[in-house]
Ligand binder design. Structure first.
Ligand code: FNR
Length: 179
């Protein structure tokens, strides 16, 4: 079984990005699982907290999930033309303790969705120096920037647009092929 850890960088209930990740998890062959991790319970990074009590439980869980995964799929919103703080915060925590080793050499792909016209292109670019610093292996042969999202999702954030599903399936298949 090939396993991909999928993380969405939004905490919003009807998040487009969380919906895109759910749709990705539905379009994989039986031999592949996209495990959906959660950044919800990751506290703000605090070096004093880390020094006094070590890594929070939510971070340890994410690290265990990353260790068990063959690849990482980041589904990123874009805030002010960059990475949302809550998402970067989770990755920063995950890189602590034994964390950095878990990232090194691991294939990673970045996708994202926004209601605007540019579909998270700047947030996706913003991830690149971070992934380089973590010494990951970004898969860059495919690109998926879902723009003008509102009519493509239902009110619960589920992807309903068939064309976007096809594009997503092609992207995910390409990434799986590179693992
Ligand atoms: C945004 N949004 C946004 N969208 C975009 O395409 N480019 C941007 O720079 C920004 N900037 C931005 C800043 C802040 C603080 C917020 C809260 C929002 C809109 C954003 O794409 C939209 O809220 C999405 O719905 C967020 O993704 P989820 O929560 O639907 O996954």
């Amino acid at each position: 079984m090939t396993t991909i850890l999928g993380l969405s960088g939004s905490l919003r209930r009807a998040s487009f990005n969380a919906g895109l990740l759910r749709a990705a998890s539905e379009c994989v062959p039986d031999s592949v699982e996209i495990q959906i991790g959660s950044i919800r319970d990751v506290p703000l990074y605090d070096a004093d907290m880390e020094g006094e009590s070590g890594l929070p439980a939510a971070v340890q869980t994410l690290q265990e999930q990353l260790a068990a995964a063959d690849g990482l799929l980041l589904v990123t919103p874009e805030y002010n033309n960059g990475i949302p703080g809550v998402f970067k915060n989770a990755i920063d925590w995950m890189s602590r303790g034994p964390g950095l080793e878990l990232f090194v050499g691991k294939p990673v792909a970045v996708i994202g969705v926004s209601p605007g016209g540019f579909g998270t292109i700047l947030a996706q670019n913003h991830w690149m120096p971070v992934l380089r610093t973590l010494r990951m292996r970004p898969w860059v042969e495919g690109r998926l920037m879902v723009s003008r999202a509102t009519p493509l999702f239902d009110g619960d954030g589920n992807l309903t647009d068939a064309k976007t599903r096809e594009q997503l399936a092609a992207f995910v298949a390409g990434f799986i092929g590179a693992l």
